[in-house]
Design a protein around this ligand. Structure first.
Ligand code: AHR
Length: 337
């Protein structure tokens, strides 16, 4: 009887041991299975920015970094320091690195065909932001940014209303234009002209490339004031200044102060940087058309779509406002750039 008891105890011990071993093995297999599921890798985006020429531009880069960080998307960043050749080099290095998506701000609209063909052959989708390009649409996935024609039209529309009741026979406009051959300068100029042609008194007497730079805005105005002994061009008064961006506007305001100009012309600017909004509130500028730099969140959504080899809209425009001297300034909220 005692032997039978011992036999049962040994048998039960074996059964329990076998069960324990089997549980352990099953657990090990399960955990091995979990370990084998590869972690979802972060997307890598190669981003070629044109530079840091304005607070607008700096905010534009920040917005993209912030939105990428929120989605755990890695950014390989290159600052082209205002040179297309640097952008071409950066995009080629993104191709060698085999990033998932390439994003770039084209400083000018042409000269991108070859590098975009190379990206296409490497199977890397490209999203163009802020400024448009002049290439076959099959070479990039889509565009995200501002509608420069609308910005120019908004500036022109404000001017039409502003001069409506003026009795002048002629209203002379000086235009400070953005970087030559950039789509955005062409669009802003086009939209503005489209509107002002509705009033035959409005006449652009001089247009000059200020390269979107504050230093150029100041330089151009210093020269005009110096040569003409006041706000004139070839003996004609300058009644209106249309500036394609805020830094150039701020540069010309600096020049006005330095040269003791107190009788300001009508000034219309584009971007809506805080410093220009302050100048509007202080009565130095009459209208500022917003150019929205906060592309980051929408861009990262588009990045995920193209990385999944799906299509995005050909063009996505950002929403933009117009700030004028007629606004209730107490409703303004800080611009953040
Ligand atoms: O392309 C957008 C323009 O570039 C902005 O108006 C300007 O401030 C920037 O430099």
């Amino acid at each position: 009887m005692k032997r039978i008891k011992i036999f049962f105890i040994v048998l039960c011990s074996f059964v329990v041991l076998a069960a324990l071993i089997s549980i352990l093995l099953t657990y090990k297999n399960l955990s091995a299975g979990i370990e084998e599921i590869p972690e979802k890798e972060n997307l890598i985006v190669g981003f070629s920015q044109i530079g840091t020429e304005s607070s607008w531009r700096i905010r534009n880069s920040e917005s993209i970094f912030e939105a990428a960080a929120e989605k755990n998307i890695k950014i390989l960043f290159d600052d082209a320091k205002q040179k297309q050749s640097n952008q071409l080099k950066a995009i080629r290095s993104f191709i060698v690195y085999q990033v998932d998506v390439i994003v770039f701000v084209p400083i000018v609209s042409d000269g991108w065909d070859n590098v975009l063909q190379e990206a296409k052959e490497a199977g890397i989708p490209v999203i163009v932001i802020d400024r448009q390009i002049d290439v076959d649409s099959s070479l990039y996935a889509g565009f995200l940014g501002e509608n420069g024609y609308e910005e120019g039209r908004a500036a022109g529309k404000f001017l039409l209303q502003k001069v409506e009741n003026m009795t002048n026979q002629k209203i002379n406009i000086l235009e400070l234009s953005g970087t030559e051959n950039s789509s955005i300068a062409i669009e802003r100029a086009g939209g503005f002209r489209e509107m002002i042609q509705k009033d035959s008194r409005l006449n652009i007497i001089h247009s000059e490339d200020g390269d979107f730079l504050r230093s150029r805005g100041k330089e151009i105005m210093d020269r005009i004031l110096g040569m003409n002994n006041g706000l004139f061009l070839d003996g004609e008064p300058i009644d209106v200044i249309f500036s394609h961006n805020d830094p150039m506007t701020l540069g010309l305001l600096e020049s006005f102060e330095k040269n003791n100009i107190s009788d300001y012309p009508i000034i219309i600017s584009i971007d809506a940087e805080q410093e220009c909004i302050d100048a509007l509130v202080n009565g130095k500028i009459n209208c500022v058309v917003e150019c929205n730099p906060n592309l980051g969140p929408v861009l990262m959504d588009l990045v995920e779509v193209v990385a999944a080899k799906k299509e995005i809209p050909r063009v996505t425009y950002m929403e933009e406002k117009v700030f004028t001297e007629n606004d209730d300034f107490s409703s303004y909220i800080p611009r953040g750039y």
